[in-house]
Design a protein around this ligand. Structure first.
Ligand SMILES: *Cc1c(COP(=O)(O)O)cnc(C)c1O
Length: 355
């Protein structure tokens, strides 16, 4: 039986997607060629990328609202600098909610002045700052919707009248949001959309063209928009598998359906974390992520026993990030409810051994 895969990323993908993807590697479209050995400009691949783009807009409810979809290289980490390179003239505002936000801030500082509107660093990023003001005269506001490492998530987004940029790497397609509030959304595929190797960018073209600096072709959104993500060879395999995953999600009932499942999974694990006297949640309750649940064992001496029990139960990938320690159960879209139940069962068994 397949393991219960709680990996934070790259992460679990639906079984049927893996099966279709493996078939395409050998024989794509019954054409007796591998997906990996055909031109990215061939008709069959153009159909794939067009379908992927259409599914992104459909699932996010952004059709006919002036958005363009790009599949780029370099991960979300390249977006940290590309956003600033393309949008930062003088000043930008950033919300600092953890490691990834910090990295985005560091890159953006290379291009202009930054205002950190709020930070939860002094609380080791256990909560999402609230009640802060975003100055009106900034080129854009940047936030991170879900903090993969600390297990916090923005439940609502600040109202900002200007350009809104969001790193949604670890919770895009997981919950219903008014995505049209954002002018630029980016996400590395490997958390909730597909395998590593491509980065999704959903952008309103009208926000571009406002900076005066010269932007190298590969780092310019304009280049990629003009060439429809084909300025250079795109990650054909990652885009194909992302397309399959989006198709899988659409067939299930899209974001409204998966959001319910994700809420159930999160409720199940957090209930146990709060009930079980051996465990303690890391993030503050009101800001807990539905994607990444972070928790610790109160008695470190139980770690070896718990780890062994998890291993025996086929639970994989729950070690916390090195900056937080403890455990992190990542429950992305493709993780079934029964996997969370399996983890909860082990937590309860551990409790029994202490009685
Ligand atoms: C994983 C992650 C990143 C980094 O993604 P890469 O594709 O590895 O560059 C950025 N932001 C968030 C929120 C993430 O979870």
């Amino acid at each position: 039986m397949k393991k219960h895969n709680f990996s934070a990323g790259p992460c679990i993908l639906p079984e049927e997607v893996l099966k279709k993807a493996s078939e395409a590697v050998v024989n794509f479209n019954n054409d007796n060629l591998s997906l990996l050995e055909i031109s990215h400009r061939s008709k069959p691949f153009i159909a794939v990328i067009e379908k992927a783009r259409a599914l992104v807009l459909e699932l996010l409810n952004l059709e006919e609202k002036g958005y363009k979809v790009l599949f780029l290289h370099g991960g979300a980490s390249t977006q940290f600098l590309m956003t600033a390179y393309n949008l930062l003239n003088k000043k930008a505002a950033y919300l600092n909610t953890g490691t990834w936000a910090n990295k985005a801030i560091k890159e953006a500082k290379l291009f202009g002045d930054l205002i950190e509107v709020a930070s939860s660093e002094d609380n080791n990023f256990r909560h999402i700052p609230k009640g802060f003001e975003i100055p009106k005269n900034v080129d854009y506001f940047h936030c991170t919707s879900n903090n993969t490492i600390f297990g916090t998530q923005l439940k609502s987004f600040p109202e900002f009248d200007g350009v809104n940029v969001c790193d949604m790497s670890s919770d895009i397609f997981s919950r219903q949001l008014d995505f049209s509030k954002f002018d630029l959304i980016y996400a590395g595929a490997q958390k909730n959309m597909g395998p590593a190797g491509t980065t999704l960018v959903v952008i309103k073209e009208e926000i571009l063209g406002k900076v005066e600096r010269v932007i190298p072709s590969m780092l310019s959104y304009k280049t990629h928009l003009e060439k429809e993500s084909m300025f250079n060879t795109p990650s054909v395999f990652a885009i194909y598998v992302s397309m399959l995953t989006l198709e899988w999600l659409k067939d299930l009932g899209g974001i409204p359906f998966i959001e319910k499942v994700n809420n159930k999974k999160a409720a199940l694990i957090y209930k146990e974390i709060d009930r079980n006297p051996l465990f303690k949640g890391f993030a503050e309750k009101e800001d807990r992520s539905t994607m990444n649940a972070t928790f610790t064992l109160l008695d470190e001496k139980l770690k070896d026993t718990f780890d062994k029990m998890c291993l025996e139960a086929g639970i994989s990938g729950i070690n916390g990030h090195r900056s937080v320690g403890g455990y992190r159960a990542s429950m992305y879209n493709a993780l079934p409810l029964y996997s969370v139940q399996a983890l909860v069962d082990v937590m309860q068994e551990l409790e029994k051994t202490q009685k």
